[in-house]
Design a protein around this ligand. Structure first.
Ligand code: SF4
Length: 486
C-alpha cells in the first residue's frame, strides 16, 4: 500500500493543534530575527523545550544582537544558559559566534545550509532549522523524530538522519518541507515517542505499518503528580553522574515529579562539586539533601532528596570497604526506613563478583535487622536483572555481569526472605526496562534491562499502591522508577 502522506499530514495538523509548539517555532512566532532564531536553535539541541525557552529569555534580556553577545564572557554565558544540555560547549560556541558572523557574513546570519554549517555549534540539523524557520526557505530539518517516524511509516528506508534528509529531498512534496519538522517533533514528543509509542491513542494508526515498533502496554497512569493522587511519591534514579544529569534536565525532572523522596545513585560527585545554583533550586523545590559520595572522586555514591525531615540518617552500613564507595544511604522516618542502595557491578569476567556477593549478603543482614523495627523500603540500582523477562536479550547475556546465575540466585534469596519486587506486583509485561546501553541505539530500540527496583518487606507490600518505570525521562542511561506509598 502506498503511504497516504497527504491524509496523514492533515491528520497530524489536527493532532498537534493542542500540543506544545517546538520552542524554536515559538520564538519564530514572536520574531523572525534570524539571529534570535539561530541562538535559540543552538540552545535547543538535546535540551527540553521549556529549558531552552527559559535560557533564551535570560540570554535575550542581555544580548539581542551579535554585538551585544560579543560583550558577554564565556562564564557569563554559561551562567545565563545553564542548565541547557552541554551548556559549556554552547557557551563557547555562542562566544565565538559574533566574530564568525562579522568575519565572514558582515555580521548577518547567512541563509544557505553550506554557509550556516561553517558557524560554531551549527550542524546540518540546526542549519536546516534556521533556514526554514528564520528565512522561510526550502529546507528539510531532519532530527531523530523525523528520521525515526519516517522509517516507522516506511516512507523512507534509511539508517541515518542525513540519508533521510536526502531521501526526503527526492520524495517529499516541497509544500511539506518547512512544516514536517515541527509536525513530527511535536507528534514524536507527545504520541509517537521513541520508546513505547502511544499507538493505542494514535490517529495515524490505520495507515501506519508500525515498522520496528514496540507500542506501549496500556496500564494505569504512572504516578507523575503525587498531589493529584493518594499517598507519597518516591522516585529512584541512577543518574550516572549528577553533574552530567544537571545539564540534561535533572532539575526539570525533580520539579515535574514533585516527589516526596528522590533517591539517587551513582552521583559521582561530592556536593561541593555541584553548582551552587542547582543546590539552591533543589532547596527551593522543598528538598532537604543528604549526600553520601564515594571517597574516590567521580565514582559511585548515593544521595537522597527528601521533602520531609527524617528522624535519622545513616551513612553506610558499617562495613568500611562498602561505605567508602558511598553505596548505601538510609533515612529513618517514623514508620519506615528508606534505604537507597547502589549495588556493585560484578564487572566483565565477573571479576568483582566476590565483592558483589559480600555486598549482597551484608545488605540482606542489614535489611532483616531494620525490618524488625518498621517497614523497609529498599530502592536503587540493584545491578541485576532477575528473570529472563527483565532483559531484552537473556540468552546472549547469560553469565554476563548483571545476569549471572549467582546474582539472579541472590534476587531469589531476597524475595524468598520475604521481600517484594513492587513493580512486578503491578505489571507482568515484558519489555519494561530501566537501563539501556549507550551503544547501538539500544534505548531507541528498547534493548534494555530492568535493574532498578523498589523492594519492600512483604508485610508492608499493601502500602505500595502503584509502581512505575519512567522510560520517557532521559538524562542518564537509566530512567527513574517510582512507587506510590501510603
Ligand atoms: S501508530 Fe504508533 S508507531 Fe505509528 S505513528 Fe502512531 S504512535 Fe507512531
Amino acid at each position: 500500500m502506498t503511504f497516504p502522506l497527504d491524509t496523514v499530514i492533515s491528520l497530524l495538523e489536527e493532532e498537534v493543534r493542542g500540543l506544545q509548539v517546538p520552542v524554536v517555532d515559538l520564538i519564530a512566532t514572536q520574531t523572525k530575527d534570524p539571529f534570535k532564531v539561530l541562538v535559540a536553535t543552538i540552545l535547543s539541541a538535546r535540551t527540553k523545550d521549556e529549558v531552552t525557552a527559559a535560557a533564551a529569555r535570560r540570554l535575550f534580556a542581555r544580548a539581542l544582537t551579535p554585538e551585544e553577545l560579543a560583550t558577554l564572557s564565556v562564564t557569563e554565558l554559561e551562567e545565563l544558559i545553564y542548565p541547557v544540555g552541554f551548556f559549556r560547549n554552547k557557551a563557547k560556541y555562542l562566544s565565538q559566534l559574533p566574530k564568525a558572523l562579522a568575519t565572514h557574513f558582515q555580521g548577518k546570519v547567512p541563509s544557505t545550509i553550506e554557509e550556516l554549517v561553517t558557524l560554531p555549534g551549527v550542524g546540518r540539523k540546526t542549519a536546516n532549522l534556521v533556514r526554514a524557520v528564520a528565512f522561510s526557505l526550502p529546507a528539510i530539518c531532519v532530527d531523530t523524530h523525523v528520521h525515526r517516524i519516517m522509517n516507522i511509516w516506511g516512507y523512507v528506508q534509511t539508517t541515518t538522519p542525513l540519508q533521510t534528509e536526502m531521501a526526503l529531498r527526492e520524495k517529499l512534496p516541497q509544500q511539506y518541507w518547512l512544516r514536517i519538522n515541527s509536525l513530527l517533533v511535536a507528534f514524536g514528543q507527545a504520541v509517537c515517542r521513541p520508546i513505547a509509542p502511544h499507538c493505542d491513542v494514535c490517529r495515524i494508526k490505520p495507515f501506519c505499518p508500525q515498522l520496528g515498533v514496540i507500542p506501549r502496554k496500556q496500564r494505569k497512569e504512572s504516578p507523575l503528580m503525587p498531589s493529584a493522587q493518594h499517598g507519597q511519591c518516591f522516585v529512584s534514579w541512577n543518574v550516572n553522574g549528577l553533574r552530567a544529569a544537571l545539564g540534561k534536565g535533572f532539575l526539570e525532572m525533580t520539579g515535574t515529579f514533585n516527589a516526596d523522596i528522590v533517591a539517587l545513585q551513582e552521583i559521582k560527585a561530592h556536593s561541593s562539586q555541584l553548582p551552587q545554583k542547582a543546590l539552591e533550586t533543589l532547596t527551593r523545590q522543598g528538598y532537604q539533601q543528604f549526600w553520601h559520595p564515594a571517597e574516590k572522586k567521580g565514582y559511585a555514591g548515593t544521595a537522597v532528596l527528601s521533602k520531609t525531615a527524617p528522624l535519622q540518617v545513616h551513612y553506610g552500613i558499617g562495613a568500611s570497604d562498602i561505605d567508602r564507595e558511598g553505596r548505601v544511604l538510609t533515612l529513618e522516618f517514623s514508620d519506615y526506613y528508606l534505604i537507597n542502595a547502589y549495588f556493585p557491578n560484578a564487572q566483565p569476567g565477573l571479576r568483582r563478583m566476590d565483592f558483589k556477593q559480600a555486598f549482597n549478603q551484608a545488605m540482606l543482614v542489614y535489611l532483616n535487622g531494620l525490618r524488625q523495627e518498621k517497614t523497609v523500603v529498599l530502592c536503587g540500582d540493584l545491578n541485576v536483572a532477575h528473570k529472563e523477562i527483565d532483559l531484552a536479550r537473556p540468552k546472549e547475556n547469560r553469565m554476563n555481569p548483571g545476569f549471572s546465575d549467582e546474582e539472579r540466585a541472590w534476587m531469589d534469596t531476597l524475595l524468598e526472605a520475604g521481600y517484594v519486587d513492587t513493580f512486578r506486583k503491578f505489571c507482568a509485561d515484558p519489555g519494561q526496562y530501566t537501563w539501556w546501553s549507550y551503544r547501538s541505539a539500544a534505548r531507541e530500540r528498547n534493548i534494555g534491562w530492568r535493574i532498578d527496583y523498589f523492594v519492600v518487606d512483604e508485610t508492608s507490600s499493601s502500602r505500595v499502591v502503584d509502581a512505575a518505570i519512567h522510560s520517557n525521562i532521559f538524562g542518564s542511561d537509566h530512567c527513574p522508577v517510582s512507587i506510590r506509598f501510603v
